[in-house]
Write a protein that binds this ligand. Structure first.
Ligand SMILES: Cc1ncc(COP(=O)(O)O)c(C=O)c1O
Length: 460
């Protein structure tokens, strides 16, 4: 989420009226300012700094406010609405549950929960035999931590070390923050579990000189183990990987991930992927890890799982998922009938309405077009990363300085022109349209982005 704030002073902007975008007021809309002020008085400061736009409704790949403006959405509300805003399958499924009504069940069974789990397990790779449903993404990475350690206990009571990567991110609860590789976010904790260790991430700029991804993994692993006195065979129970590093949509080299997988087998450890941003079609495949051609033991999913209501889940083999005793993993809103109905309708939409193919096909076009921007603005755009309908543009000066202010300005200009982009608050802009986007809307969005980059460079 952005760390900087956007101006709340309405300014007059050029009117926009195309098939997909409409801007007919000052931006931010003057009438929206009292809403923002009311919210800021009541809500934690950590929720401030968001784009000054009050959503009224959202359909497909478009977002509308109450004052006649409409935007093309390149955010999917931060990688959630993969099957599109207000997907008709989801609305219909929710209406059916609402009509019953059956809004909550928790420890009691419901047909919605059974139907969803059956479809999910039938339609995910064979190694995933069971699932555990939760509400937030951070809960799933906590569960993965627990499962890796419970599995390690089968070999030895001390097999507790979980290997993670610098710069990766896994959520805001304690275990998830410890596994995340961002030291500044962890200073409040005052304690770090010595059995959670971090290895360097194989960034493209590091691999330019390192050249051998497999060796890079082994060398950094051996160095950290030697420094901390870790015996991999005896101590390591798992490896947690964000499928791509979020802020920059940065994928690992394929051989690096193959070596990680080989290593987990050598030392009887489990391989977990955090698929929060990568899963459910975002990268052109059902799961992002499939781009590496490996087989993880544990998969943590959230966001695009439902494209709507709070649903997250962990997938694994029956052997792994049955490690915790009855009642030792639970969450009050887990397996709620509403979210299960939404999850089922969402997965059906992704698999049966051609959305994987959209993500793959339009993803290719998306990256070709974005790379043209890299050629147009070589002094400001350093890298374009991503796959399918997820991309990050990393902005740096020729001297290598991060251009965060430029990213703020580009995001603001896009907002004023009818395009929503993901403002990361650092030197990247992320782009993730719903998978239902059409070709002409995708191209229109990219042309708005191009003009906004050009104009932002002039004023920053
Ligand atoms: C890679 C990754 N892991 C975990 C999380 C945490 O998910 P949630 O915010 O649903 O707890 C996020 C959320 O942004 C994420 O991007």
């Amino acid at each position: 989420m952005a760390s900087s704030s956007f101006s709340h002073t309405p300014i007059t902007v050029d009117k926009v009226e195309t098939k997909y975008r409409k801007i007919i007021t000052q931006i931010p809309v003057p009438e929206s300012i009292p809403f923002i002020e009311r919210l800021y008085k009541l809500e934690s400061h950590s929720m401030h700094g968001q784009m000054p736009i009050v959503w009224d409704r959202a359909v497909g790949f478009q977002v509308y406010d109450k004052w006649g403006n409409k935007w093309i959405d390149f955010t999917s509300t931060i990688f959630v609405t993969n099957s599109g805003h207000g997907n008709p399958r989801i609305i219909h499924a929710l209406e059916n549950v609402l009509k019953k009504p059956l809004l909550h069940t928790y420890t009691y069974l419901s047909e919605e929960r059974i139907e969803y789990l059956e479809y999910l397990i039938e339609n995910t790779p064979i190694q995933f035999q069971k699932a555990f449903l939760l509400s937030a993404g951070t809960e799933t990475t906590e569960v993965a931590l627990k499962l890796m350690r419970l599995n390690g206990e089968k070999y030895s009571p001390n097999k507790k070390v979980v290997i993670c990567f610098e710069g990766n991110w896994h959520g805001r609860t304690l275990g998830a923050q410890m596994m995340s590789g961002n030291p500044a976010q962890k200073s409040w904790m005052g304690y770090h579990d010595p059995n959670i260790i971090h290895l360097p991430f194989p960034y493209p700029w590091i691999m330019e000189s390192e050249k051998e991804p497999r060796k890079f993994f082994r060398d950094s692993l051996n160095a950290v183990c030697a420094e901390k006195g870790i015996d991999p065979q005896k101590d390591v129970c798992g490896i947690m990987m964000e499928t791509f590093q979020g802020w920059g949509a940065i994928f690992y080299p394929k051989e690096f991930v193959h070596e990680v997988e080989t290593y987990t087998k050598e030392v009887n450890a489990l391989l977990a992927f955090d698929e929060m941003q990568a899963g459910f079609g975002r990268t052109g495949k059902l799961f992002g890890y499939m781009n590496y051609e490996v087989e993880p033991d544990i998969l943590c999913c959230g966001k695009g799982v439902s494209s709507s209501l709070p649903l997250s889940l962990v997938l694994g083999s029956a052997e792994i998922m049955d490690l915790p005793d009855i009642g030792s993993m639970s969450s009050t809103h887990s397996a709620n009938p509403m979210v299960c109905a939404a999850g089922l309708a969402n997965l059906k939409a992704i698999l049966e309405d051609g959305l994987l193919e959209n993500s793959r096909r339009f993803g290719l076009l998306f990256h070709v077009e974005l790379n043209k921007l890299l050629n147009l603005f070589p002094d400001h755009i350093y890298l374009i990363q991503g796959k399918g309908l997820i991309a990050a543009m990393i902005f740096k000066s020729k001297a290598g300085e991060p251009l965060s202010k430029l990213c703020d300005k580009i995001s603001e200009l896009c907002l004023q022109r009818g395009l929503l982009v993901v403002h990361t608050g650092r030197d990247s802009i992320k782009l993730a349209p719903p998978l239902v986007i059409t070709k002409d809307a995708l191209l229109e969005g990219i042309s708005v982005l191009k003009e906004s980059i050009k104009d932002a460079i002039q004023v920053i």
